[in-house]
Structures are given as C-alpha cells and as structure tokens.
Write a protein that binds this ligand. Structure first.
Ligand SMILES: [Zn+2]
Length: 418
C-alpha cells in the first residue's frame, strides 16, 4: 500500500458533487441534491483523487513522511471550476466600443458598422503567434487565479483558413505551457469572414473543405457555430454541423442569444454536447432539449449584463423542465471581458433564478459534461483528476453571496498545489 502524495484535511464542508444517480448531466433535483460532507478529507496519489470521506475514516497508515498536507481549517473545499465556453485567443481589445455601447448602440449595430467581432479579427490577423500566445497565457493565469482548472478555448477571430488554424495551434500550445487543461474548439463559423460578406454558405463550404480536414478530432474535439441573425441561419448551421459530425467532431452551438431561431433544439437533435446562450429559448424548445437528456444548455449570465440586455436565459424554468444547465463566462473581448466565473454564478442566482447549490453544480460537473470530460473532472470522486479548491469561506452559501469576490485560497491542479 502506497502513501498519499497529497492530503487536504479538515474540510469544514467538502462539496463532492457526488452521491446522486447520474447516467447523464445533472437535471432537476439532482442538480441540488448532491452530497456535502462535513469535517472531511480528500486524498490524492500523483494526479488522481484516491479517497474522499469523513475525517474520522481517514486511513492514517497511508499518510507518510512525504505526504504533503494542506489543512483547510474548517473551510469549504470543492472541485476546480470548469470553464466550458471561452474565446481565449484573440488580439487587441474592444474597450473603445464600451463607450458606444453605453450611448445606446446595440451589439448588432456595432457589428454591422464593421466593429464588434470584425475589429477583433483585424487585430488578431495582425498579431504574431508569440503575441497571441502571450495574451492567452496571461488570460489562463487569470483563470487559474479564480480557481478554474479546465478551460475550453474557441477559435473564431481569424475567419480565414490560415488564421483559424493558427488560433487552434496557439490554444494547444498555451495548454502545454501551464497547468490548467485547455480544450480547443473550432469556431471558424463565428461570422462569415470579411472576404465572404453576404455569402455565408460559401464561407461555411470553405471551412468544411479547407479547414476541418486539417483538424484532428482527437486533439480538437468540438466544432461550434454561431446561429444568429448576422451570422448563420438554422439551415446553414445544421448542414455545417452535420458535415463536422461526419468527420468525427462533437458539436456545440451558440444559439438563441438575441433571437429565437430554433438553433439550440436543432443542435440537440444532432446530439450536440452543448447549446450555449439560450437567452431567448422558447419553452417548447426547452422541452425538446430536455427530452434528449444529453445536451447541456450553457448559461452565460455575464453576457446580457455586459450587453445591457434585459432578457436573461430562463434558468429556473429550464431546470424545472428537466434541462441540464452549466454556467460559464463566455470570456471574450466583445460581450464578456471577464474571467470571473464566481461573478457569473452570482448573476445566475440573481437574474436566472438558480440556487447556490445549483449554480455550483452548473460550473463544475455539468460544465464537465458540456466538454465530455465528466469522467475526468467536475466532482471529487476516486479516479478523477485531482483538481480542487480550498476556499476562504466556511459555508457554500457564502460563495455567490460575496458578490464579485474571488473566494479562492488555494488551487490544486492534477494533484499539485499551485
Ligand atoms: Zn461565445
């Protein structure tokens, strides 16, 4: 019997995210009925969790001279946050558009005038690989500071074959150069490239012919598309996602962000792992997504906040309809320049009607499901990667309550205290 390499002891509340029957992402009451252990420990061997339980049941024979011990001092310990929707790699920023937004211009107005996504595309195309990598590493450091241990990273600010492939490579390299796990997603279908203005179908055909065949689904598991007015229609999105699926990619969609077009239910029908935004999702489409049981609706509450939009995804109604929900920031230079996933949890409670326990499950285990990483991370169970956080609070109810604060005291990634 070997010694533990790391022991987190005296956890006042250990948020295991385990203990509910789950053959799929957590839905309905399971989203809040998972187990909290009082006065508990987590033990790790190398990069894995090997034991979890009450302090009274700790096997002290496995605590050896080389076991690193972290005393949580009665505080909350929980899984590392899983950030399942970011646009990590981009050049420049859009601080200059903030003022225009405050004066009343809408997201789609700014996009139509050549700003928005297209201004970031110009800055991204002009940036070197080294500059893009340095920016991505800076943002990943910020995410780790907030306790995010897994980060999805979308391409989508290149909008030509060469730059889109460059963005995917930069995301992969950023993943290798720091400890958080980075999961690349191909979002070449963000909006049609400027060279394809008014020809969205031709642009998608170019991506399908010239880019997707150069990506390996084992390394870049997801293909995503922005289904919205000014981007791609439901019909175009369906055709492109079907092409991606035939090449072995898993599917994601940005849908129902600004209008109810039906993209989320369409993607669920194709077996997408997630349908993201859904601020304008209809109750009928919610029922269709719930019936599929696998597609996670990713709530992005900081986006309507930053866009000064009144409509937020109907989180409470989605949970009651049996839809699995996750929470993410949607970190990007236009509609959410924030990496504070804790703030997103608070806004999900305040504006979407989630309870603190539901919000915590949505940013950990269900977010892992949205990346198909549920076997690897998102809960504190033996066999999973040892990604966990010691927080500065004694009760999980305090987490969304201290609005805008970062409750993280210590971050452990793959069994290593950061
Ligand atoms: Zn997004």
């Amino acid at each position: 019997m070997s010694y533990y390499s790391l022991l987190i002891r005296n956890c006042g509340q250990l948020l295991t995210l385990a203990g509910v029957p789950a053959s799929g992402p957590l839905t309905g009451s399971a989203l809040r009925d998972w187990q909290v252990l009082a006065d508990a420990y987590v033990a790790c061997a190398d990069d894995r969790i090997v034991a979890v339980g009450p302090m009274a049941e700790l096997d002290t024979a496995r605590v050896g001279p080389d076991t690193q011990i972290v005393d949580a001092g009665g505080r909350v310990v929980m899984p590392g946050l899983v950030e399942c929707h970011t646009h990590l790699v981009f050049g420049g920023n859009r601080a200059h558009e903030f003022q225009r937004k405050l004066q009343g211009e809408s997201y789609l107005d700014i996009l139509a005038s050549g700003g928005g996504i297209l201004s970031t595309v110009r800055a991204t195309r002009a940036a070197s690989d080294a500059e893009l990598l340095a920016n991505a590493l800076h943002h990943l450091e910020g995410f780790r500071h907030y306790g995010v241990t897994t980060v999805e990273a979308k391409s989508g600010y290149g909008l030509d074959a060469e730059t889109e492939l460059r963005l995917v490579r930069v995301a992969q390299e950023a993943g290798r150069q720091q400890p958080a796990q980075v999961v690349p997603t191909f979002l070449g279908a963000h909006v049609p490239g400027p060279e394809y203005k008014g020809r969205p179908a031709d642009y998608l055909q170019m991506l399908a012919n010239d880019v997707l065949p150069h990506l390996n689904p084992a390394e870049v598991p997801f293909v995503d598309i922005f289904c919205e007015e000014g981007a791609f229609s439901v019909r175009e999105s369906r055709q492109f996602l079907e092409q991606a699926r035939a090449l072995g990619f898993q599917l994601k969609i940005h849908a129902e962000q600004l209008h109810d077009l039906g993209g989320a239910a369409m993607a669920a029908e194709l077996g997408a792992v997630s349908a993201d935004h859904c601020d304008y999702l209809s109750q009928d489409d919610a029922a269709r997504i719930a019936a599929n049981g696998r597609t996670v609706v990713v709530l992005l509450p900081l986006v309507p906040l930053f866009l000064r939009q009144e409509v937020y995804a109907p989180g409470r109604r989605l949970i009651e309809a049996g839809v699995p929900v996750a929470i993410s920031t949607d970190f990007n230079p236009g509609s959410c320049p924030s990496k504070n996933l804790w703030l997103a949890l608070s806004v999900a409670c305040l504006k979407m009607g989630l309870t603190p326990k539901e919000a915590l499950a949505a940013a950990t285990l269900n977010a892992a499901w949205a990346l198909n990483l549920q076997a690897e991370t998102g809960s504190l169970e033996p066999g999973k990667r040892a990604d966990l956080l010691v927080l500065n609070v004694a009760d999980y109810e305090e987490i969304p309550y201290w609005l805008g604060e970062n409750p993280v005291q210590q971050v452990v990634i793959s069994g290593k205290v950061q």
